[in-house]
Design a protein around this ligand. Structure first.
Ligand code: AMP
Length: 327
């Protein structure tokens, strides 16, 4: 029996933080280890071309992200790990999808509106057509399940629509995809706990998976715990929820009780949390360092991944080309 196919990826924008880990990467590792799915995980370098980044940084970030996927537990023996641009069929299928997608549907996407507002000096056409490439990423492998957070649901609906528009025009070919909505904790910024943790705000707002123990404690020491208007402060809530994710159950319980009794000491909470995070990612840091120190090994893994993905991608494109009449 063939397993349901899951396709996902992240853009290479630098070191991953604990929000990326709890919101995406950990979930991928769990899905992989459940043994119930076939996963295709890519480094979305083509998507990153929509962002402003130097070529050197982009090249470096691609290697870095691949190393971080693997260091965090993605096993190339179980999961096809590759770089998006190494499989040129992603772009090829995206072009065909461009030609079945109404512009008005793209202009509706809230993420486009947000990004266009943020990158107002670089509103390139790629920012608009990005969800089309995303549809190609998924449908190229006949993916049916896509693990996402709520913010990506609109794009997935578009992927489903694109498959439908294609099927209506050319006959039934692409499957209907479903979002695999997991209960994903939203990790908040250390310095502005009302907002999502995001590296665009600056290094002090995030804890990177690669941060050394002394960096983690220094960042946590500066984390905001004060409440602006009474009630539980969002910063404290965030720290407690991180302790629940990364620490021992008893430690988490101890601080929850202290919080309720009003005897909690934030300095102690930060110390415990720093130790828990540093310990949780000790193995990750070592593996990441080993992979980055051994570029040949990493390259070999990514080449093998692209080869595996390429077999499926070429078969899909060969069928699609016949269906649309260019072969
Ligand atoms: P980004 O680079 O912001 O597109 O994030 C890559 C992945 O990490 C996406 O699946 C996001 O939903 C997830 N993610 C990013 N930041 C957070 C956060 N603060 N909390 C939870 N998930 C996050």
């Amino acid at each position: 029996m063939t397993k349901p196919i899951i396709v996902s990826g992240m853009q290479p924008t630098g070191n991953l933080h604990i929000g990326n880990y709890l919101g995406a990467l950990k979930n991928w590792v769990d899905l992989q280890n459940s043994g119930q799915y076939q996963l295709y995980l890519f480094v979305a370098d083509l998507h990153s071309l929509t962002l402003t980044m130097t070529p050197e940084t982009r090249r470096e970030n691609v290697r870095l992200l691949a190393a971080e996927y693997i260091a965090a537990g993605i096993d190339p023996a179980k999961t096809t790990v590759f770089v998006q641009s190494h499989v040129p069929e992603h772009s090829e299928l995206a072009w065909i999808f461009n030609c079945v997608t109404p512009v008005s549907e793209l202009e509706r996407m809230t993420q486009f509106k947000d990004k266009a507002a943020r990158e107002d000096k670089n509103i390139n056409a790629g920012l608009l057509t990005y969800p089309i490439l995303q549809a190609a990423d998924i449908l190229l492998y006949h993916g049916t399940l896509v693990p996402v957070g709520q913010d990506q649901v609109q794009h997935l609906e578009l992927t489903r629509d694109i498959a439908r528009w294609f099927n209506n025009k050319f006959g039934d070919y692409f499957p209907t995809i479903k979002p695999l909505l997991t209960k994903i904790p939203k990790v908040m910024s250390l310095l502005e706990p009302a907002k999502k943790m995001s590296k665009s705000k600056g290094a002090g707002h995030i804890i990177a998976l690669a941060d050394e123990p002394e960096i983690i404690i220094n960042k946590l020491k500066k984390a905001v715990t004060a409440s602006a208007g009474g009630g539980q402060a969002p910063g404290v809530e965030n720290l407690l929820s991180l302790l629940q994710q990364f620490g021992a159950t008893e430690t988490h319980q101890k601080f929850i009780k202290a919080e309720q009794a009003g005897t909690i000491r934030y300095g102690d909470l930060k110390q415990e949390l720093a130790a828990a995070i540093a310990h949780y990612f000790a193995d990750f840091r070592q593996k990441r360092q080993d992979l980055l120190a051994n570029p040949k090994k990493l390259e070999k893994i990514l080449m093998a991944g692209a080869q595996q993905a390429g077999v499926v991608a070429r078969a899909t494109m060969s069928e699609v080309k016949k269906i649309v009449g260019i072969r």
